[in-house]
Design a protein around this ligand. Structure first.
Ligand code: GAL
Length: 342
């Protein structure tokens, strides 16, 4: 219901947001190199423009990280942006990785929604494969499809391949996960978001195989799957549209489960509402053991491009992942948690 409400009344609201007031290339935007994460604050790219990559995920290629996310106007979705970084703090804009099509008959015609894009690399084909949640132009959130695009380079341009309902199931919020053995999975909210399902991808990662099963029916979305110490962990949100809600953590020994609930992993002020955000990805930090960054979006439905990013370190307390609110932190935290700057 939330989604249709947004479509009906979302347009035409005034914004007054920081991003709306900021010129395209603000002369006063910080261009100095930064070495800290400031969750929820304005985050500029190396050109001095605000980063526009929502509902995103990160792919590491050699020493470079690529951050893919929804390019948002005030409401409209304008394709998938990609940024690159070597240090995770300073991001260079690499352009639109997947642009909406100009042909109005195309599945990804301008005006469609391409949400929650994630990119993985296929070692066998040498291709970068993007999956995203596709909603067809003018149909609200009815189509509930997964879309796939492919590229030779991490920065694209990605070429649209196809879209479908995996094994006939509705597919909205989603993530991708590549296991140590190269098997890749699509995790997705199905059956009007009541079910969370997992499908193993074909060897070329371009489609879902029939190995597709229900993980649980708890009305969860925004799935972010990661693995450490031989265990699979999954952070999800409830389903309240753009509004924040309580996060959940599950653990399993195998991707298809059984998945055991571990409660809410968030701690600190506003933890019960995921600090005002919604999960999108858990990013493994290269070269550090058990170093993961929980990535979330603090959505601003009045001006979606001004939605903010919450990047917080995953901590392991009694062997269980938790995410604590920090105003300000950097990667030294993973070497010594006492270096955290609250
Ligand atoms: C949320 C979802 C977002 C977006 C939004 C639209 O539930 O996580 O990705 O689809 O709904 O209302």
């Amino acid at each position: 219901m939330q989604k249709f409400f947004f479509l009906a009344v979302g347009f035409g609201l005034s914004t007054g947001s920081a991003l709306a007031q900021a010129p395209a290339t603000p002369s006063n935007a910080p261009k100095v190199k930064t070495a800290a994460f400031r969750p929820g604050e304005l985050w500029y790219d190396t050109d001095g423009n605000l980063i526009n990559a929502h509902g995103g995920g990160v792919l590491q290629v050699g020493k470079t990280y690529y951050w893919y996310g929804e390019k948002r106007a005030q409401h409209q979705e304008e394709g998938v942006n990609v940024y690159s970084s070597k240090d995770l703090y300073n991001w260079k804009y690499e352009g639109v990785a997947l642009a909406p099509a100009t042909d109005p008959q195309n599945d990804i015609a301008a005006g469609c929604l391409m949400e929650r894009p994630k990119v993985i690399y296929n070692k066998k084909t040498g291709k970068y494969v993007m999956w995203f949640h596709l909603e067809l132009k003018g149909q609200g959130y009815k189509a509930a499809r997964a879309g796939v695009a492919v590229a030779d380079k991490p920065t694209g341009p990605f070429k649209y391949v196809s879209s479908f309902r995996p094994n006939g199931n509705m597919s909205r919020d989603m993530g991708l996960f590549v296991d140590d053995d190269g098997a890749a999975y699509h995790i997705y909210s199905a059956r009007e978001n009541y079910d969370l399902r997992l499908a193993r991808l074909s060897p070329d990662y371009l489609t879902a195989t029939p190995q597709d099963s229900l993980l649980f029916s708890k009305h969860q979305e925004a799935p972010a799957l990661f693995k450490t110490g031989g265990k699979y962990y999954l952070i999800t949100s409830g389903c309240t549209g753009w509004d924040p809600n309580q996060a959940s953590l599950h653990v399993a020994d195998r991707p298809f489960g059984p998945w055991k609930p571990l409660g809410d992993p968030m701690t600190g002020p506003n933890a019960k509402l995921t600090f005002g955000g919604q999960s999108t990805y858990v990013l493994p930090v290269a070269g550090k053991k058990d170093a993961f960054i929980f990535m979330a979006d603090r959505w601003n439905p009045k001006d979606l491009k001004d939605s903010r990013y919450l990047w917080l370190p995953v901590q392991f307390k009694d062997g269980q992942p938790t995410v604590e609110w920090l105003h300000h932190w950097n990667l030294n935290f993973f070497n010594n948690p006492s270096t955290k700057i609250l």
